[in-house]
Each structure stands twice: as structure tokens, then as C-alpha cells.
Design a protein around this ligand. Structure first.
Ligand SMILES: C=C(O[C@@H]1C=C(C(=O)O)C=C[C@H]1O)C(=O)O
Length: 265
């Protein structure tokens, strides 16, 4: 085939892909109408978004590396979500650009980013803008996650391709759907010694100690009651671990595989 003929074929494919994308985007209005109240946490649903993305990863077979597929779909999902209810992303960046990279990869360049000086101020912005999201790096160790609970919750653990050791948490305001699949995250009190218990099926993600005592950020796929009982037994503390969100470990591991495949190209 000549170059012109090949380019004509690309033009035809582009028109088809574009028309299908617009058809998907037009569905946003019907979907929002079905969901009813626009001020509800059903508008942006991290569980459904994760399932859509994982289906693309599972079906993937072709020459385009997975991170490109992930980025395209994340941009589309972000756009379709924004058509239902506009939102902004509050960024707590420790100066290394990790949170910004993660936000751009997962939400595209069209998403409005609002820089925040600290994780705490990004979370405070969610309290006054409950339909917004925040991207906050775990690194830094100031235990910002102790501020999660009523007005904000973890909806995903993310990283940008090629930066898979730099985890960020995606935090949703009160009007963002809660993740119910995968692992639940808890804020759990530690004893005065700060000793961290070793419990099967419970991962310790971070610890912090401050004026309010020592706390651990833990993740588990076990039922809440099981985590509560095991934690109380192991620490001897009469305090229920507080669920502060969840994330899908499978999603991040698939994205990790995606990142590796891009590096080996
Ligand atoms: C379209 C929906 O709304 C949002 C957009 C999604 C998408 O573009 O696939 C998925 C979940 C929601 O965050 C939906 O709930 O299905």
C-alpha cells in the first residue's frame, strides 16, 4: 500500500474512534439522570472506574503498551465523570512532582489541578468542596491520613508509570463514591509503646506518633469485624480501627505490570 493509502486508512479509523468516543461521552447525561441527585456520591464511583479499567487491561492484546491504554481510558473516564459533575484535584506535592505526574496520568491534562502546600490543606479543601478529589503522596511521614474519616476517604492507591515505588493516595470528598471492593484501609490506635502488631492478613502501611498518641495506617481484605477483633487482641487496646476508605490492590498491580511493559519496550 502507498503512504497516502495507509494514511487514508488511519483517517478513517480516527473518524470511527472519535465517533465512538463521542457516543460514550453523550451517555454521561443519561447516566447522570439515572443516578438522580447530582449532589450524591453515586456520580463518581471509584469501584466502577476500577472495573472498567481492569476489563481493558484483561482484554488487552496488541502493539500499544498497556500504560498508553490505561492513560487513554483514565482520560476518557475522567472526562465523562466531569461531564456529570465538574470536579477539581487538590494536589499535595512534596516538590518532586510525583503527585502532579500521578494526577496527570490518571485524570489527563484537562483536569483542573489546585496546588496545596500540605496534605492537611488539600484535605481541608475537600471538606469545603465535597465533590472534589485530592492526590496526596504517602511519603513525608506526617501522618496526614489521621485526618481522614467523615469528610474525606481513600478511594485508590495510585502511581504514575515508571514511578511505581512512589505511591500516592487518591482521596475523595464526601460526595465521591467509596471503594467497597479490594482492601479496606483503617486508622488504628497503637499502644503507648508504639509497638506494631504482626497480624496475618493485615498490612501495616504507615505509622505516626503525635500528641493524639501513636496510630497505624493498616489495610486488609478481611471482614471489618475480624480486623477489629484481631487488632484489639494484638494491641490490648479498647479502640475500634476506623475505616477510612479502600483501594483495589489488583488495580495497582496491573498498573505496575503496565509500567514494566512500557520500560521493556
Ligand atoms: C459513567 C459512569 O460515571 C462515572 C464514569 C465512569 C466511566 O466513564 O466509565 C465510571 C464510573 C463513574 O465514576 C458510571 O457510573 O457508570
Amino acid at each position: 500500500m502507498t503512504l497516502d493509502a495507509l494514511r487514508n486508512r488511519i483517517d478513517t479509523i480516527d473518524a470511527e474512534v472519535h465517533a465512538l468516543l463521542m457516543e460514550r461521552a453523550r451517555m454521561a447525561a443519561d447516566i447522570a439522570a439515572t443516578k438522580g441527585d447530582l449532589r450524591s456520591a453515586t456520580i463518581i464511583q471509584p469501584d466502577r472506574e476500577a472495573r472498567v479499567l481492569k476489563r481493558r487491561f484483561d482484554d488487552h492484546d496488541g502493539v500499544l503498551p498497556l500504560p498508553i491504554i490505561a492513560h487513554i481510558w483514565r482520560t476518557v473516564i475522567s472526562g465523562v465523570s466531569g461531564l456529570q459533575r465538574p470536579f477539581q484535584i487538590h494536589l499535595s506535592d512534596s516538590g518532586d512532582g510525583v503527585a502532579r505526574d500521578v494526577a496527570r496520568f490518571w485524570f489527563g491534562f484537562q483536569a483542573g489541578l489546585v496546588p496545596a502546600d500540605t496534605a492537611a490543606s488539600a484535605l481541608a479543601s475537600l471538606a469545603s468542596n465535597p465533590g472534589d478529589l485530592a492526590v496526596v503522596p504517602l511519603a513525608g511521614g506526617d501522618g496526614w491520613w489521621t485526618g481522614l474519616g467523615e469528610t474525606a476517604h481513600v478511594v485508590a492507591r495510585l502511581h504514575a508509570p515508571g514511578r511505581e515505588s512512589d505511591h500516592c493516595f487518591l482521596i475523595g470528598g464526601a460526595l465521591i463514591g467509596r471503594s467497597t471492593e479490594g482492601a479496606t484501609l483503617y486508622r488504628a490506635a497503637l499502644g503507648s509503646t508504639g509497638d506494631v502488631p504482626d497480624i496475618d492478613g493485615v498490612d501495616i502501611i504507615d505509622t505516626v506518633s503525635g500528641p493524639g498518641g501513636a496510630h497505624a495506617l493498616i489495610a486488609s481484605r478481611l471482614p471489618e469485624e475480624t480486623v477489629d477483633k484481631a487488632w484489639r487482641e494484638a494491641t490490648g487496646i479498647d479502640s475500634r480501627p476506623l475505616a477510612i476508605g479502600g483501594f483495589d490492590p489488583d488495580l495497582i498491580s496491573v498498573a505496575g505490570v503496565a509500567a514494566q511493559s512500557s520500560r521493556s519496550e
